[in-house]
Design a protein around this ligand. Structure first.
Ligand SMILES: [Zn+2]
Length: 236
């Protein structure tokens, strides 16, 4: 009886540890089971990549002139079904010299999903990114930053890089000032910063972006696309 109790306790413990492990892996910014993952690059140059997730949406109209003012190039991880309805915004992003990246077609968590599902999410969006006129290498950012087996396996198979981030001011802070401070204090040459201007109706996220552009420009940073950043990194 006591032995059986012990076995149950150990089994339970193993299950809990497995669950915790899985949770950690699927959210990890620097590890996945297949293929590489980029969350920053190693460089001595003062370069940083601003990445904008989701959309495109109407806020592109405000964001593009703001980036132009600081001679900044950004990377827009766009969603396929948004591209379909906002193709003109996507074209403007490309014309302004920014990078388009794939952020899935439907923005669902891609965890326990079939190969066919993953393929559809990636390929449909890649086709739309090409339709927008983007000709560079297409990288992928998982929706909600979550991935487990099928997604990394597919991306690795196709030679598509997974791009995460090293700074996420929106996650832990609520005010414009705190977000800017978090990004500016945490930045290093080669950092990748995650930002969310697309569905913001308050205008606050644009202020955050302006604050970051302003402070880092004064420190001598240049704002490059993720693909350019990888080229500049010593770990490419
Ligand atoms: Zn997203």
């Amino acid at each position: 009886m006591r032995k059986r109790l012990w076995i149950s306790a150990v089994t339970l413990l193993v299950l809990v540890l497995l669950l915790i492990g899985t949770q950690k892996w699927m959210n990890s910014r620097s590890f996945q089971f297949y293929g590489g993952i980029v969350n920053h690059v190693s460089t001595d140059e003062k370069v940083v990549a601003l990445t904008f997730d989701d959309g495109p949406s109407a806020n592109v109209e405000q964001l593009l002139p703001l980036l132009a003012k600081y001679n900044a190039k950004g990377t827009f991880f766009v969603i396929g079904n948004e591209l379909k309805t906002h193709m003109e915004d996507a074209k403007k992003i490309v014309e302004a010299g920014h990078q388009l990246g794939n952020h899935s077609y439907s923005h669902e968590r891609i965890l326990i999903k079939s190969h066919a599902y993953v393929q559809q999410e990636v390929e449909l969006t890649n086709e739309l990114i090409r339709e927008a006129g983007y000709t560079g290498e297409i990288t992928f950012r998982p929706p909600y930053g979550k991935k487990l087996f099928s997604l990394p396996h597919y991306l690795h198979d196709k030679g598509i890089k997974t791009i995460m981030w090293s700074l996420e001011p929106d996650t832990n802070y609520t005010t414009v000032e705190d977000k800017v401070t978090n990004a500016v204090n945490g930045v290093k040459p080669g950092s990748i910063i995650l930002l969310h201007p697309m569905y913001d109706k308050t205008g606050d996220e644009l202020k955050v972006i302006q604050g970051i552009l302003d402070a880092l420009s004064k420190q001598g940073y240049r704002f490059v696309t993720v693909n350019e950043l990888i080229q500049l990194g010593s770990d490419k």
